[in-house]
Design a protein around this ligand. Structure first.
Ligand code: AVW
Length: 255
Protein backbone atom coordinates (compact mmCIF):
# COMPACT_ATOMS: atom_id res chain seq x y z
CA UNK A 1 0.00 0.00 0.00
CA UNK A 2 2.87 2.45 0.78
CA UNK A 3 4.26 1.84 -2.70
CA UNK A 4 0.87 2.75 -4.16
CA UNK A 5 0.67 5.93 -2.03
CA UNK A 6 4.21 6.92 -3.10
CA UNK A 7 3.35 6.40 -6.75
CA UNK A 8 0.19 8.46 -6.38
CA UNK A 9 2.13 11.32 -4.74
CA UNK A 10 4.73 11.27 -7.51
CA UNK A 11 2.09 11.28 -10.24
CA UNK A 12 0.12 14.11 -8.59
CA UNK A 13 3.28 16.20 -8.16
CA UNK A 14 4.43 15.51 -11.73
CA UNK A 15 1.11 16.83 -13.04
CA UNK A 16 0.56 19.67 -10.55
CA UNK A 17 4.03 21.30 -10.50
CA UNK A 18 4.29 22.15 -14.23
CA UNK A 19 0.67 23.37 -14.17
CA UNK A 20 1.41 25.66 -11.22
CA UNK A 21 4.09 27.40 -13.33
CA UNK A 22 1.85 27.62 -16.35
CA UNK A 23 0.55 31.12 -16.92
CA UNK A 24 -2.74 32.19 -18.43
CA UNK A 25 -2.55 34.99 -21.05
CA UNK A 26 -3.82 37.53 -18.47
CA UNK A 27 -1.25 36.36 -15.96
CA UNK A 28 1.52 36.63 -18.58
CA UNK A 29 0.69 40.31 -19.10
CA UNK A 30 0.50 40.89 -15.34
CA UNK A 31 3.86 39.16 -14.74
CA UNK A 32 5.45 41.07 -17.63
CA UNK A 33 4.12 44.41 -16.34
CA UNK A 34 4.98 43.76 -12.70
CA UNK A 35 8.55 42.72 -13.52
CA UNK A 36 8.93 45.65 -15.95
CA UNK A 37 7.75 48.19 -13.37
CA UNK A 38 10.64 47.18 -11.09
CA UNK A 39 12.77 49.17 -13.59
CA UNK A 40 12.18 52.89 -13.23
CA UNK A 41 11.75 55.30 -16.11
CA UNK A 42 10.23 52.96 -18.72
CA UNK A 43 6.78 52.96 -20.32
CA UNK A 44 5.85 49.33 -19.68
CA UNK A 45 2.61 49.60 -21.67
CA UNK A 46 4.61 50.68 -24.71
CA UNK A 47 7.13 47.87 -24.15
CA UNK A 48 4.29 45.31 -23.89
CA UNK A 49 2.83 46.55 -27.20
CA UNK A 50 6.25 46.31 -28.88
CA UNK A 51 6.56 42.77 -27.47
CA UNK A 52 3.18 41.52 -28.70
CA UNK A 53 3.57 42.92 -32.24
CA UNK A 54 6.47 40.45 -32.72
CA UNK A 55 4.29 37.32 -32.60
CA UNK A 56 0.55 38.19 -32.48
CA UNK A 57 -1.34 36.97 -35.54
CA UNK A 58 1.64 34.96 -36.79
CA UNK A 59 2.21 31.28 -37.35
CA UNK A 60 4.20 30.37 -34.17
CA UNK A 61 6.84 28.61 -36.28
CA UNK A 62 7.37 31.70 -38.48
CA UNK A 63 8.58 34.31 -36.01
CA UNK A 64 12.16 35.29 -36.94
CA UNK A 65 14.63 37.08 -34.62
CA UNK A 66 14.06 40.34 -36.52
CA UNK A 67 10.41 40.39 -35.39
CA UNK A 68 11.75 41.59 -32.02
CA UNK A 69 13.73 44.57 -33.45
CA UNK A 70 11.02 47.06 -32.36
CA UNK A 71 10.99 45.55 -28.85
CA UNK A 72 14.77 45.94 -28.55
CA UNK A 73 14.42 49.52 -29.82
CA UNK A 74 11.74 50.23 -27.17
CA UNK A 75 13.99 49.03 -24.30
CA UNK A 76 17.61 49.18 -25.51
CA UNK A 77 20.43 47.43 -23.67
CA UNK A 78 22.83 49.79 -21.94
CA UNK A 79 26.53 48.88 -21.91
CA UNK A 80 27.78 47.92 -18.44
CA UNK A 81 31.51 47.82 -19.13
CA UNK A 82 33.57 45.32 -17.06
CA UNK A 83 30.40 43.93 -15.43
CA UNK A 84 28.83 41.89 -18.21
CA UNK A 85 28.45 38.17 -17.64
CA UNK A 86 27.71 35.61 -20.35
CA UNK A 87 27.09 31.94 -19.62
CA UNK A 88 26.40 28.57 -21.21
CA UNK A 89 25.08 25.44 -19.43
CA UNK A 90 25.61 27.18 -16.07
CA UNK A 91 22.24 28.96 -15.65
CA UNK A 92 21.58 28.00 -12.02
CA UNK A 93 25.02 28.76 -10.55
CA UNK A 94 25.29 32.05 -12.49
CA UNK A 95 21.90 33.37 -11.45
CA UNK A 96 22.29 32.23 -7.86
CA UNK A 97 25.48 34.34 -7.85
CA UNK A 98 24.12 37.42 -9.68
CA UNK A 99 20.94 37.46 -7.58
CA UNK A 100 22.89 37.52 -4.31
CA UNK A 101 25.87 39.72 -5.27
CA UNK A 102 25.98 42.98 -7.24
CA UNK A 103 29.14 42.01 -9.17
CA UNK A 104 27.94 41.14 -12.68
CA UNK A 105 24.98 41.69 -14.97
CA UNK A 106 23.58 38.84 -17.07
CA UNK A 107 20.96 39.18 -19.81
CA UNK A 108 18.39 37.89 -17.30
CA UNK A 109 19.19 40.82 -14.96
CA UNK A 110 18.30 43.41 -17.65
CA UNK A 111 14.76 44.70 -18.18
CA UNK A 112 13.85 42.55 -21.20
CA UNK A 113 15.70 39.47 -19.96
CA UNK A 114 14.14 39.56 -16.50
CA UNK A 115 10.65 40.35 -17.77
CA UNK A 116 10.52 37.25 -20.02
CA UNK A 117 12.70 34.81 -18.05
CA UNK A 118 10.93 31.47 -17.63
CA UNK A 119 7.85 32.47 -19.66
CA UNK A 120 6.22 30.87 -22.72
CA UNK A 121 4.11 32.72 -25.29
CA UNK A 122 2.93 32.54 -28.88
CA UNK A 123 0.27 33.81 -31.27
CA UNK A 124 -1.87 32.15 -33.90
CA UNK A 125 -2.53 33.04 -37.53
CA UNK A 126 -5.76 35.03 -37.81
CA UNK A 127 -5.97 35.73 -34.06
CA UNK A 128 -5.23 38.90 -32.06
CA UNK A 129 -4.65 36.86 -28.90
CA UNK A 130 -1.61 35.80 -26.91
CA UNK A 131 -1.42 32.11 -25.98
CA UNK A 132 0.59 30.58 -23.15
CA UNK A 133 -0.16 26.90 -23.77
CA UNK A 134 0.39 24.62 -26.77
CA UNK A 135 3.17 26.88 -28.03
CA UNK A 136 6.01 25.20 -29.98
CA UNK A 137 8.88 23.86 -27.86
CA UNK A 138 12.45 25.17 -28.09
CA UNK A 139 13.51 22.65 -30.76
CA UNK A 140 10.11 21.92 -32.35
CA UNK A 141 10.67 24.58 -34.98
CA UNK A 142 13.57 27.02 -35.09
CA UNK A 143 11.63 30.27 -35.60
CA UNK A 144 9.37 29.98 -32.55
CA UNK A 145 8.50 33.16 -30.58
CA UNK A 146 10.39 32.19 -27.41
CA UNK A 147 13.61 31.00 -29.04
CA UNK A 148 13.69 33.93 -31.47
CA UNK A 149 13.28 36.35 -28.57
CA UNK A 150 16.25 34.86 -26.68
CA UNK A 151 18.34 34.84 -29.86
CA UNK A 152 17.52 38.50 -30.60
CA UNK A 153 17.98 39.68 -27.00
CA UNK A 154 21.28 37.78 -26.70
CA UNK A 155 22.52 39.42 -29.90
CA UNK A 156 21.61 42.88 -28.60
CA UNK A 157 23.21 42.20 -25.21
CA UNK A 158 26.44 40.98 -26.90
CA UNK A 159 26.42 44.01 -29.23
CA UNK A 160 27.02 46.31 -26.22
CA UNK A 161 29.64 44.10 -24.49
CA UNK A 162 32.57 46.29 -23.48
CA UNK A 163 35.75 46.32 -21.42
CA UNK A 164 36.59 43.12 -19.59
CA UNK A 165 33.81 40.59 -20.10
CA UNK A 166 33.20 37.36 -18.14
CA UNK A 167 31.71 34.05 -19.34
CA UNK A 168 30.80 31.19 -17.01
CA UNK A 169 31.11 27.87 -18.80
CA UNK A 170 30.48 24.35 -17.53
CA UNK A 171 33.55 22.22 -16.70
CA UNK A 172 31.38 19.16 -15.97
CA UNK A 173 30.66 18.50 -19.65
CA UNK A 174 33.06 17.45 -22.40
CA UNK A 175 32.49 20.54 -24.61
CA UNK A 176 32.14 23.62 -22.37
CA UNK A 177 32.09 25.79 -25.50
CA UNK A 178 29.52 24.66 -28.05
CA UNK A 179 29.13 26.42 -31.41
CA UNK A 180 25.46 25.31 -31.33
CA UNK A 181 24.66 27.22 -28.11
CA UNK A 182 23.40 30.81 -28.05
CA UNK A 183 26.75 31.81 -26.53
CA UNK A 184 28.69 30.11 -29.35
CA UNK A 185 26.40 30.77 -32.29
CA UNK A 186 25.27 34.33 -31.54
CA UNK A 187 27.01 36.13 -28.68
CA UNK A 188 30.69 35.39 -29.41
CA UNK A 189 30.13 36.28 -33.09
CA UNK A 190 28.82 39.74 -32.13
CA UNK A 191 31.64 40.66 -29.72
CA UNK A 192 33.37 43.79 -31.01
CA UNK A 193 37.14 44.12 -30.46
CA UNK A 194 37.01 47.92 -30.56
CA UNK A 195 34.75 47.92 -27.49
CA UNK A 196 35.90 44.79 -25.68
CA UNK A 197 39.32 44.38 -24.04
CA UNK A 198 39.09 40.77 -22.90
CA UNK A 199 36.95 37.68 -22.52
CA UNK A 200 37.59 35.95 -19.21
CA UNK A 201 36.24 32.41 -19.00
CA UNK A 202 35.35 31.05 -15.56
CA UNK A 203 35.18 27.29 -16.04
CA UNK A 204 32.89 26.08 -13.27
CA UNK A 205 34.04 22.70 -11.96
CA UNK A 206 32.57 20.12 -9.58
CA UNK A 207 34.37 17.39 -7.60
CA UNK A 208 35.25 15.36 -10.70
CA UNK A 209 35.88 17.89 -13.49
CA UNK A 210 35.40 16.58 -17.03
CA UNK A 211 36.98 19.56 -18.81
CA UNK A 212 39.81 21.94 -17.93
CA UNK A 213 41.05 25.16 -19.55
CA UNK A 214 43.06 23.10 -22.07
CA UNK A 215 39.82 21.67 -23.51
CA UNK A 216 39.71 21.58 -27.34
CA UNK A 217 36.38 23.43 -27.45
CA UNK A 218 37.97 26.35 -25.58
CA UNK A 219 40.70 26.52 -28.26
CA UNK A 220 37.87 26.95 -30.78
CA UNK A 221 36.46 29.77 -28.67
CA UNK A 222 39.87 31.49 -28.54
CA UNK A 223 40.14 31.32 -32.35
CA UNK A 224 36.93 33.32 -32.71
CA UNK A 225 38.21 36.22 -30.61
CA UNK A 226 40.49 38.14 -32.97
CA UNK A 227 41.79 41.24 -31.23
CA UNK A 228 40.15 40.38 -27.90
CA UNK A 229 42.39 39.07 -25.10
CA UNK A 230 41.44 35.72 -23.58
CA UNK A 231 41.91 34.16 -20.16
CA UNK A 232 40.50 31.00 -18.60
CA UNK A 233 40.35 29.95 -14.98
CA UNK A 234 39.01 26.73 -13.46
CA UNK A 235 36.92 27.62 -10.41
CA UNK A 236 35.14 25.16 -8.10
CA UNK A 237 31.37 25.62 -7.96
CA UNK A 238 31.65 25.63 -4.14
CA UNK A 239 33.96 28.67 -4.35
CA UNK A 240 31.37 30.59 -6.39
CA UNK A 241 28.61 29.59 -3.94
CA UNK A 242 30.81 30.72 -1.05
CA UNK A 243 31.20 34.14 -2.69
CA UNK A 244 27.43 34.29 -3.31
CA UNK A 245 26.84 34.01 0.43
CA UNK A 246 29.60 36.42 1.55
CA UNK A 247 28.45 39.97 0.66
CA UNK A 248 31.53 41.40 2.41
CA UNK A 249 33.91 39.67 0.01
CA UNK A 250 34.99 42.05 -2.83
CA UNK A 251 33.81 40.94 -6.29
CA UNK A 252 37.41 40.84 -7.52
CA UNK A 253 38.31 38.31 -4.79
CA UNK A 254 35.68 35.72 -5.79
CA UNK A 255 38.06 33.89 -8.17
P1 AVW B 1 22.35 26.96 -22.62
P2 AVW B 1 23.31 29.13 -24.24
N1 AVW B 1 14.96 23.40 -24.84
O1 AVW B 1 22.64 26.65 -21.18
O2 AVW B 1 24.75 29.41 -24.53
C1 AVW B 1 14.48 24.38 -24.04
O3 AVW B 1 22.60 25.88 -23.63
O4 AVW B 1 22.51 28.54 -25.35
O5 AVW B 1 23.25 28.25 -22.94
N2 AVW B 1 15.17 25.45 -23.70
C2 AVW B 1 16.42 25.55 -24.15
C3 AVW B 1 17.03 24.58 -24.97
C4 AVW B 1 16.23 23.47 -25.32
N3 AVW B 1 16.71 22.48 -26.10
N4 AVW B 1 18.30 24.99 -25.25
C5 AVW B 1 18.46 26.14 -24.61
N5 AVW B 1 17.33 26.48 -23.96
C6 AVW B 1 17.10 27.66 -23.17
C7 AVW B 1 21.77 34.17 -23.14
C8 AVW B 1 16.94 27.30 -21.74
O6 AVW B 1 16.13 28.25 -21.10
C9 AVW B 1 22.77 34.57 -22.08
F1 AVW B 1 23.25 35.82 -22.38
C10 AVW B 1 18.35 27.37 -21.24
O7 AVW B 1 18.42 27.55 -19.86
C11 AVW B 1 23.86 33.52 -22.11
O8 AVW B 1 25.14 34.10 -22.31
C12 AVW B 1 18.87 28.55 -22.00
O9 AVW B 1 18.24 28.46 -23.27
C13 AVW B 1 23.50 32.60 -23.25
O10 AVW B 1 22.40 33.20 -23.93
C14 AVW B 1 20.36 28.56 -22.16
O11 AVW B 1 20.83 27.42 -22.82
C15 AVW B 1 23.08 31.23 -22.75
O12 AVW B 1 22.62 30.46 -23.82
Amino acid sequence: ISVAVCLLVVVVLAVALPLAHRQTPDKLKATFTERCEAFKGYDCGKIWDAFTQAYVGRDPCKVPMEAYDPLIAAAPFKPACNRMMFWSKTKDVVHDFTSKRDCFITLEDTLLGSVLDGLTWCGKEGSKETFTTDCPGWTECENNPVRSFWNRASAAFADVACGDVTAMLNGSISTPFSSASIFGSIEVKRFNATMMRSLNVVLVTQKNPVANCENASLKDLQKELDGIKYTCKEVAESQIQECSSKPEKPCGACW
